[in-house]
Each structure stands twice: as structure tokens, then as C-alpha cells.
Ligand binder design. Structure first.
Ligand code: TMO
Length: 308
């Protein structure tokens, strides 16, 4: 019996089949989850075992730093740069390079609201028409955020606009709120990002806050409010990167090479989101559809000597 176990253990080691699974982080918006499954399927083609670990973007950094999780396919500048840069500098997390995509994450509205709030997309228009975005008895405007934005309350305070934040739990909840509002042309101001399914489906704009500078978040004296931080928007034309645990390359070298080559443009990421948020596919089915549609793209990343 022991001999048989030792024999199979040896086969397992020799083929890599029994090595530890690569743990891929899944967050709470569609493109990230679909693309996690896309890279997972490609790792499997290399003979690796794959597991998925659901995490918030706050908690993922601890998991990546300690090797509890190993891969993050979408690190967005607007919401994640601070922690990412700090951990890369400390050698805890590896910067696996850029996607081609240029990103933006910020307050956003569908174009029909402009009729009731002249001056948009300039943020100063929000000073005059906050009540248009109110709900119930309150006169305060309501801004719907997801669980990722920078401190919105701090921005509201610094820019002195009469808004309150209603935080939803996921991209899916934001999508539902947006789709419902658009159907009946209700006022809505919410967190959105690009690339996303919204890009090709709903005409709208980001609010133009004062331009982002890193000092806006570190030096209260910077910007139009001399007392408070966050008197600016998120970056425009932001970067999108991939990240791994520091031990990744040593343990899974073919996967490391593949992930470095994995680079998507805006359209490729937006369609990953649309397969779920517009077409209603499951994340897994969306990943399979994506792999079929973009076969030429991903075949270019695959080192044939790594495939089994
Ligand atoms: C992190 N996100 C893409 C939802 O802004």
C-alpha cells in the first residue's frame, strides 16, 4: 500500500499534477471574475491546478502578501494604486505588468440627467442641483457607490457639495440600479468605470472633478480646499495591471510567463463584462465564450513548450 502511495506521489511530483493549486482572487465586478476564469483555464492547459478565492479588494492584499492567494488579474489605478505601490515597493507583491487598457473610475451619470442639471459634467454643477439627485424626504443628493471607491465622504466634504453616499455591495447591484433608472429616466449618479459593459450600451459621462494629482491625497494644502484632502477626481487614463504573490514565479514558472504576457485592451475587457451583465451568462460560461471569441489573442501569449 505504502509503495503504491509513494509511487503515485512520485508520478504526481514528476508531472506537476499534485503540486499546490494556483489560487486566483475573484472580486465583485464582472470583468474581473470572468478574466480570472479565463486565466484559470489557460493555467489548466499548462497542467496546473487552479482554485478561486473570493476576496474584497481591501482583504486581497493581505492574502497576496502571505501567499494565501497568488494572482490578481485586474489592479485598477483609481481604486488600488496606493496599497499596490506600497506592497510592490516592500517586495511583498509582484507587479506583473500593464494591460493595454486605459481606465477611469469615478462618479458617472447617464446623459439624460444633463437636462435637469445644467453645467454637467463640471462638478460645480452639483452644487446647484444636488436636490435633483435626492431620494425620499431629504434634500441631499444621493451618490451610489460600490465597495471600492476612494473615500467619497472626504471628497464631498472637501468640495462642499450636498451629497450623501449610499454604498452598494457589488458591481451587480450598481448595474441593477443603473438599468432600473435608465428604463424610466430617473435621476441617478453612481460609481462607474471603463472598460465596462456600460461603454457600448448607455450614453453617459464621468463628472469632471478637479484633476487628480497624488498630492491631492497626501497634502491638505493642495487644491481648492486648503484644509482637507481629496478635493480632486480619480485619475483619467489610469493604468490597469496584474499582480502576484512574491513566490509565484518560483512555484509556477510557466504560469508566470503566461500572466506577464496576458494583456488586454478596453474592448476585450468590456466584452468580458458584457457577456455577464448584458447577455446574462454565468461567469464560467462567459469565460468560455471569451476564450472562443479571442482565441487568436490568447494563443499569442501561450508558450507552447509549457502546454501539456
Ligand atoms: C474596481 N472597479 C473596476 C470596480 O472600479
Amino acid at each position: 500500500m505504502i509503495r503504491i502511495i509513494v509511487f503515485f506521489a512520485f508520478i504526481g511530483l514528476a508531472t506537476g499534477v499534485w503540486s499546490a493549486p494556483i489560487k486566483i482572487i475573484t472580486n465583485n465586478w464582472s470583468s474581473q471574475i470572468v478574466l480570472s476564469h479565463v486565466i484559470g483555464e489557460l493555467f489548466k492547459k499548462q497542467g496546473y491546478e487552479v482554485a478561486y478565492l473570493e476576496s474584497s479588494i481591501v482583504e486581497q492584499w493581505g492574502a497576496l502578501s502571505h501567499g494565501v492567494a497568488h494572482v490578481q488579474v485586474e489592479v485598477w489605478e483609481g481604486t488600488m494604486a496606493t496599497e499596490f505601490d506600497r506592497l510592490v515597493a516592500a517586495g511583498r507583491v509582484v507587479d506583473m505588468g500593464l494591460h493595454d487598457a486605459k481606465t477611469r473610475e469615478d462618479w458617472w451619470y447617464p446623459d439624460y440627467v444633463e437636462a435637469a442639471c445644467p453645467g454637467l459634467p463640471d462638478w460645480k454643477a452639483l452644487k446647484k442641483c444636488s436636490s435633483y439627485f435626492s431620494q425620499g424626504d431629504s434634500k441631499k443628493g444621493v451618490y451610489l457607490s460600490g465597495p471600492w471607491e476612494k473615500p467619497d465622504e472626504a471628497r464631498i466634504r472637501a468640495l462642499q457639495i450636498d451629497f450623501e453616499v449610499k454604498m452598494l455591495e457589488s458591481g451587480d447591484q450598481l448595474n441593477k440600479a443603473l438599468k432600473a433608472a435608465v428604463k424610466t429616466k430617473q435621476p441617478i449618479l453612481l460609481f462607474n468605470w471603463t472598460p465596462n459593459w456600460v461603454d457600448s450600451r448607455i450614453k453617459g459621462k464621468f463628472i469632471e472633478f478637479p484633476s487628480y494629482k497624488p498630492e491631492c491625497e497626501t497634502n491638505p494644502n493642495w487644491g481648492i480646499n486648503k484644509k482637507f484632502l481629496y478635493d480632486c477626481g480619480n485619475p483619467k487614463g489610469g493604468w490597469l495591471k496584474k499582480a502576484t504573490w512574491s513566490g509565484f514565479a518560483k512555484n509556477w514558472s510557466c504560469a508566470d510567463t503566461l500572466l506577464r504576457a496576458f494583456s488586454l485592451n478596453n474592448q476585450q475587457i468590456a466584452s468580458a463584462a458584457a457577456f455577464v451583465d448584458v447577455d446574462g451568462l454565468s461567469y464560467k460560461a462567459a469565460a468560455n465564450k471569451w476564450l472562443t471569441q479571442y482565441k487568436k489573442v490568447w494563443q499569442g501569449w501561450v508558450d507552447e513548450s509549457c502546454n501539456r
